[in-house]
Ligand binder design. Sequence first.
Ligand SMILES: [Zn+2]
Length: 615
Amino acid sequence: MKFSNTEGLRQIINDAAQYLQPPPDLKPSEWAEQNIKIPIGNAIPGLIRFDNAPYQREPLDLTADPECNRITLMWSAQVGKTTLALCAQAYKIVQDPQSQIMMQPSQGDLGTWLETKFNPLVESNPEMERRIAKPRAREGVNNSRMKSYPGGFLMFSWSGSAKTTRGRSAPFVVTDETDGYERGHEGHPVSLLWQRAATFGDRRKLLEISTPTIKGASWIEASFEQGDQRFFYVPCVHCGHEQKLQWKNVIWDEGKPETAKYGCENCGSLWSDAERYTAIRGGHWIASESFQGHASFHLNEMYSCFRKLGDIAQSFIEKKRSGDLQTFINVSLAESYEENGEGVRDDLLVDRCEDWGDLIPSEVVCLIAGVDVQDDRVEIEVVGFGGGMDHEEESWSIMYRTIYGDPSGQQIWSDLDTILFGEYETHDGRMLSIRATGIDTGGHHTQSVYKYVKMREGRRVYGIKGVGGEGRAFVGRPGKNNIGKVNLFPVSSDAGKELVYSRLKVPEPGPGYCHFPTGRGEEYFKQLTAEKLVTRYVRGHAKRVWIKTRPRNEALDVRVYALAALSISGINVNTMASKLNAEKATAPEIDEKPVDIRQKMRQRKRGGFINNWRS
Ligand SMILES: [Zn+2]
């Protein structure tokens, strides 16, 4: 037989040869850029490009590198960690088929991931769709627990579900948001999966991804530290110096986060967003430790080419204002939150007391009081505030008094009035009154406190109700649903204590710093530092709880109430400080303000007037 169509025959042989060839030896990142379309919203997806997220290439390629068996991503939001994992999973469905496990914190998280990430990816990529078994097909499996394809299964599991974790293993394991996993009796779900994958020997590979949580309790941070700790270094567009992006180098004009710029740590030039993106595109990973088969990567939100620095700064300010800095540190900076577990040392505070005399330091622009009501006394602190960036007021403890008496009687309250509605003089001759007061309504004398507050709400005396629970805002919306019909402001004592302690830790005078006068006495500082934050595990979850290390802590409570009153009042200490500075700059040398007799006497008694007159 003579075959006449030689051209056609050659075509058939060529076509067959294509299938006989092994797939081209492509790294996962190269393969993804040639094959994978990532759907974003309703837009028609194009092929994925790593040019705007170049840091994704290296960890993605390691998922197919026989030298590497564990990859840890301690990454922030907005840098594409889910996309990276999807590309690795798609590669092991289409290009190099093998079985896999995908773990999420909960069944709900898994459902969301399937609906919003995985299924849209499959729909956008016909080659994946062709390989994954059809739902209800005679051959293969496709349900919410498992999807099969030629060469393997993709199995789903979530922490806290023995059913979906027990007895399952696969050579490739992806664990997403590991810091949200419930730790069971047998151990952490990731280590259980990892131990089971040992049956695959050298072929086993783990990709674990998360934003971190609390220092010491964070799974991902511990894993990161076990690995070779790679950081992404980017070259300055002005001087070429390579550096990792750090939050401390971000600066903005006070009150204008939209002006945020990145300051080069070498030449000090300020990068615009466009310059930062250019730097990121020219960056590369550098490991801090030697590689032993475990690569670990850290990345924060400043590396996102889709996030303006101004928006990140805005988020910082908002989180800080609401007393939730931990979320910013965890989710945007991808850093663990350091607890004040060791507390603050009272002796260090005693050592730094200052002698500012009887008059109030000139930096103070506003006085606020905090009041705690006990069975036999009230305790009052008057705090002076001065300017500081973004609600990081500098503070001076002006007065701490204990008035003994029966809170159900009259005397104690009229004594309190004397303090709250008196006038206080500063070194530069200003008379200050207390602008707002926060008073605790808990305890045994709620009725008396309601009565006191009711008459003085117009003078910014606020009733405060302490509330518990993690993750609450420092001050909530007031409610009037109480027997005294007063506005009651819920104040999170946890957030308040955290705020006080973070400020007590500020080491140098300036924004946030707390000044204390000499002669305050050790007991005050012991009370102020009476609590510490520790980590407790509740049903496998790390929980942060405050514990008292000393029986009395009123000094700490009243400072929390004073800070709450400042927050409720809406007083902008910064604006007041700027105004005062402007007035001082234009004011004549001698202040001719009339002085009444009482004030003169007070001055004389304190010695301030005499001293001024002598000099
Ligand atoms: Zn530079």
